[in-house]
Each structure stands twice: as C-alpha cells, then as structure tokens.
Design a protein around this ligand. Structure first.
Ligand code: NAD
Length: 272
C-alpha cells in the first residue's frame, strides 16, 4: 500500500454501511488521507469499532466516530449528520454506500422485497445526499480545506446500466441513482458542490460471498469480466477517495466504473 499524502486533511466525512465490505475500505482510504470519518453501521457494532481501530494505527489518520443508523430512516440520517457536527465540525464528504440485495424473479417479488431494497439503495442515498447538500450550502467553499463546497460520492453498481434478471429491485434502485446523481450535479454544481458515483463490478464482499465462495460460480462470474478476476474492496476505496480529493475537482455528474471491464459486455467478444 502506498503512503498516504494527507489529501483530505481537516475534512469531515460520512461513509454509510462502513463496518465491512466496500464501505469499510472507503472509510479506511479516506481516513488514511487525514479526514475525520463517521463510520456508520446498521447492526455490526464490533465490525465498525474494528474499522476505527484499524484506522487509529495509521500515520496521522483522521479521527473516527462509530454511529449506528439505518439509512432508510430520515431521523437516523439526520442524527448521523449532527454527530459529525458535534464531534468534528462541518461535513465535507458524504459517501452513501449502504446497499442490499433481496433477489427474486419479478413475478414472485413481494412488495416488501421491492420496497426494502429501494428504501435502502435509493431513498437512503437521497436522504444522505439531501443532508449533505444542506450542509454544503450552509458552509460554502471552506478556503484552504477543499476547492469544492462539498463532495458526494454515491456507491452505485454496474447494474446502473446492465439489466439484471432476477434482481429487478436492485437494478432499478441503481438505475434510479444515476438520475439522482446527475440531477444533483445539475442543480448544485453552480455552488461548487460535486456529485459523482463509483460503480463497482464484481467485488469480493459479503453481498456476493455465495459467488466467490463457490469455485464453479466464481469461474462463471469471471466470464463476465474482461480482466478475469473479481475485484477487491480496496480498489473501490482508492477511487472513492480520489473522487473526494481536489485531484478530481473538475469531475462532476459522472459515474466511474471500477469493474475490470464488465460494462464492455465480454459476451460479445466472439459473438456478433
Ligand atoms: P456488504 O453487504 O458487505 O455491505 C453493505 C453494508 O451496508 C453493510 O455494512 C450493511 O450493514 C450496510 N447496510 C445495509 N442496510 C443498511 C441500512 N438500512 N442502513 C445502514 N447500513 C446498511 O456489501 P458491499 O459489497 O460492501 O456493498 C456496498 C455497496 O456496494 C452497496 O451499495 C452495493 O450495492 C455496492 N456494490 C457492491 C458490489 C459487489 O460486488 N460487492 C457490486 C456493485 C455494487
């Protein structure tokens, strides 16, 4: 791992669903660059505390707080933002990462399966983005801290563009996220608020461990990836961290796919 260079020093960040998986990697990457980080968890308090402990071992890391909260609940999201205020100060970086799958063929999908996924994956992202924008508008550009008034980095998915049979609730939530992200860019770009998405392909985390835990399924998924390997959470962490930094200042309203080429539809390599 390369040494961090404090690109996010004196900034304050919220990363949802960061007790494990991709959120954990993003929290670690951002805190290693010097930002203070709120580590949000849904049920795994120990996991969140472990992330805080890992961060504390780095050179000059940001401070951390661990905060329970359900991103689909308005009050919980508001409480997370007040926690950052109370402990660190103004929020500069918001990474709505929490996401779930509840798979079923569409004709068998219950309303509950549909709503639960949309509530976490899309409404949760809206609630976080809305609170972040309120903050950014209030604070404006904090001179000497960042060139932006604030950064939102939505964690999306390749399924914001690739349809996914048997997972329509998930694909619809991520497809909706594109328009949320781009509308925010259009509406708040003039205030120097930047909003982008990072879209992972197949990354080894709990959400898909039944795939990478099974050699047959793993080989099948590799057929969908030109790079022929599943990705690691840290590969999303580094990109999210860069999107939060001034190095990506002119990037606004776009999705960065981190997918080993999955969105290049390798099924067409020898067909068509
Ligand atoms: P994961 O299951 O390991 O982590 C999801 C996190 O979200 C967990 O910490 C979980 O506790 C949290 N969470 C779930 N519901 C929540 C709620 N209501 N409130 C707060 N937190 C909640 O999966 P992951 O792979 O780390 O997923 C992170 C994000 O990356 C998700 O948005 C997912 O859609 C996206 N993603 C993952 C992959 C992949 O291959 N792993 C691919 C594309 C997109």
């Amino acid at each position: 791992m390369q040494k961090p260079n404090q690109r996010l020093k004196n900034q304050n960040a919220i990363i949802t669903g960061s007790s494990n998986g991709i959120g954990k990697a993003i929290a670690i990457a951002i805190a290693r660059e010097g930002a203070n980080v709120l580590i949000n968890y849904h049920s795994d308090k120990e996991g969140a505390e472990e992330v805080a402990h890992t961060i504390s071992k780095f050179d000059n890391p940001g401070k951390t707080i661990v905060c329970k909260g359900d991103v689909s609940k308005e009050d919980d999201v508001l409480a997370m933002f007040s926690q950052v205020h109370k402990n660190f100060g103004p929020v500069d970086i918001c990474v709505p990462n929490a996401g779930i799958q509840m798979d079923a063929p569409l004709h068998e999908m219950t309303l509950e399966q549909w709503s639960t996924v949309v509530n976490v994956n899309l409404t949760g992202q809206f609630l976080c983005a809305r609170s972040a924008i309120r903050e950014f508008l209030k604070n404006g550009v904090r001179e000497g801290i960042s060139r932006s008034a604030g950064k939102i980095i939505h964690v999306s998915s390749v399924h914001e563009v690739i349809p996914w049979a048997g997972h329509a609730n998930y694909a619809a939530s991520k497809g909706g996220l594109v328009m949320l992200m781009q509308s925010i860019c259009q509406e708040y770009g003039p205030y120097k608020i930047r909003c982008n998405s990072v879209a992972p392909g197949a990354i080894k985390t709990d959400i898909n461990k039944e795939v990478w835990g099974d050699p047959v399924k793993l080989e099948k998924v590799k057929e969908l990836i030109p790079y022929k390997e599943m990705g690691e959470a840290e590969e999303i962490g580094s990109v999210a961290c860069w999107l939060a930094s001034d190095e990506s200042e002119y990037i606004n309203g776009t999705t960065i796919f981190v997918d080993g080429g999955m969105t290049c539809y390798p099924g067409f390599t020898t067909n068509g």
